[in-house]
Design a protein around this ligand. Sequence first.
Ligand SMILES: NC(=O)c1ccc[n+]([C@@H]2O[C@H](COP(=O)([O-])OP(=O)(O)OC[C@H]3O[C@@H](n4cnc5c(N)ncnc54)[C@H](OP(=O)(O)O)[C@@H]3O)[C@@H](O)[C@H]2O)c1
Length: 294
Amino acid sequence: MQSPVKVLVTGSNGQLGFEIRELAAAYPDLVFDFTDRSRLPVAEEESIAQYFEEFQPDYCINCAAYTAVDRAEAPEEAAVAEKVNATAVACLARACASGGTKLIHISTDYVFDGRATEPYKPSDATHPLSVYGATKRKGELLAQEQTDAVIIRTAWVYSSFGKNFVKTMIRLMQERPAINVVSDQYGAPTYARDLAKAIIDIISGDSWLPGIYHYTNEGAISWYDFAVKIRELTGSSCTINAIPATAYPTPAKRPAYSVLDTATIKEAYKVDTPYWTSSLKECIEKLKQEKYFL
Ligand SMILES: NC(=O)c1ccc[n+]([C@@H]2O[C@H](COP(=O)([O-])OP(=O)(O)OC[C@H]3O[C@@H](n4cnc5c(N)ncnc54)[C@H](OP(=O)(O)O)[C@@H]3O)[C@@H](O)[C@H]2O)c1
C-alpha cells in the first residue's frame, strides 16, 4: 500500500490558506497539515527545523507572508517583512531540501515595476518598486538558491475569506453614495480558490517541474473596471468615479501595469485559469450566501 502524501500548509489562516483548507476534503489521498503563526511561526528557524523533523512533509505550500504592502514601507516594519518574506523562505527552502520536501512558494506581481506594455513572462527582468515587492523578490531568489522550488507569482488576490479589494468595495458601496477608484493601474485579479485548486492539481499530478510561474485569472483590467463589475454583480447603485493613481497616494509605489503571462503554468501543469468575471461571480455568490451583503 502506498503511504499517504503529506502536505504542510504554512500561513493557513490567510486567504489562500483558507481556500486550500476548504478544498482539502475533496482530496482524501492528500494528508494536509494546516499550520498558522502560532503552530509554525515561519520566522523562527528552530520551529521550522523541529517541525520538519517531526512531520516530514512531502510537500510544503508556503502561504505565509507579510502582505501589508503600505505598512512595510515603515523602517521598523520593513525588517519584519524581510524576515517573513525572505529569511523565513530561505529557511523553509533549506528544510525542504534536506528532507526531500517539494516546496511550492507564492510570490507577487509587485516584483515588477509596471513599465511593460504586454503581459510579464516569468523570465522578464524584475524591478520591485516597494519594500514588499523587494522582500518577495529576495524570497524567490533565496528559495531557488536552496531547493528546486515551484514559485508561483500571483496578483490582486481576493477570496470570501480575509480582507481584500472585493470585500472592501462591497462594504464601501453599501456605506457611501459614491466612491473613487483608480483607473490607470492595470492587472488581472485572482480568486484565491482558483489558485488553491491549481496548487492542489500540481501536487496531485505526475510531474514536478521547478521554476517560476505566473498564475492569475484571465483578463486585463483596471481597479476601476474591477469595481464596476463588483457593483453590477452585487446590484449596488453606488456611483464610481474613475481617478488617476496620483489622486490616491499610498506609502508604497505600485506597478501601473502588472498583467502576468500565465502560458507556462498552463502548459507545464495543465491548470485552469478561469476568466476573471466568472470567478468574481462565483465569489460574490458565495459572499451573498454567507450574508456578507444583502
Ligand atoms: N493578497 C494579494 O493581493 C496578493 C497579491 C500577490 C501575491 N500575493 C501572495 O500570495 C500569498 C498568499 O497571500 P494571501 O492573500 O493569502 O495573504 P494573507 O491573507 O495576508 O495571509 C498570509 C498569512 O501569513 C501568515 N503569517 C504572517 N507572518 C507569519 C509568520 N511569521 N509565521 C507564520 N505565518 C505568518 C499570516 O498570519 P496572521 O493572519 O496571523 O498575520 C496570514 O495568515 C502570499 O505569498 C502573498 O505575498 C498576495
